[in-house]
Write a protein that binds this ligand. Structure first.
Ligand code: MG
Length: 208
């Protein structure tokens, strides 16, 4: 087996808690919608959520905040993104794990989140990463097997020299495995014994 050179990490649910995104999608956008169309907040939440569900997470539009702002006839998303920054949280072990891994490996982020949301998400930890890849912004696709190949190409390594970790079974685990990347699924509930339950559990596997 080739030596591991690069550790790739997913962002949301892996490094960053869902609080920021929840606030953007489930609170702030419905609040703007309620204001714009003069409806009560609970009703706005229902309408907005129903529209999200119609698209679903297998389509690119789901991730595209500009699409949703157009769809709901709202102005620019930038002030809303700024207003949600106070909700940004990293999982407790993240800084310790990144500090430790960064002494031996190059660290990258491979995320499906578009750049305009990914940048604020990573602002407190961006110094640990040599590169940040957004499949939706940079490659116009979800985290498909092809996306992972493109990441390897961009980093100038073979799939067997990169390890990827993320919390989505399909987008992080299965799709990266399909191209020969040694990937790990993260399930923070701890209910799945085949998966890592936090990022501290990764390191012992890297030297094996
Ligand atoms: Mg994730």
């Amino acid at each position: 087996m080739s030596q591991i050179k690069i550790i790739s990490l997913d962002a949301e649910g892996t490094l960053v808690t869902p609080d920021f995104s929840y606030n953007v999608w489930q609170e702030a956008i419905p609040a703007l919608y309620a204001q714009r169309f003069e409806v009560e907040l609970p009703q706005a939440k229902e309408i907005v959520t129903a529209e999200y569900d119609k698209i679903g997470d297998q389509r690119l539009e789901w991730y595209d905040i500009h699409y949703w702002f157009r769809c709901f006839q709202l102005d620019s998303p930038e002030p809303l993104i700024q207003s949600c920054r106070g909700k940004l949280r990293y999982y407790p072990e993240v800084i310790e794990v990144l500090s430790s891994l960064a002494t031996q490996y190059e660290l990258i982020v491979s995320s499906g989140t578009p750049e305009e949301l990914l940048q604020p998400l990573l602002e407190g930890i961006s110094s640990y990463f040599v590169r940040v890849f957004s499949s939706t912004s940079h490659y116009r696709q979800l985290k498909s097997p092809d996306f992972y190949l493109q990441v390897c190409r961009a980093m100038n390594v073979g799939p067997d020299e990169l390890v990827h970790v993320g919390d989505n079974w399909q987008f992080d685990f299965l799709n990266s495995r399909k191209v020969g990347i040694r990937s790990f699924h993260l399930d923070r509930s701890g209910n799945n014994h085949e998966s890592l339950s936090d990022l501290r559990q990764l390191k012992p596997y890297l030297s094996v």
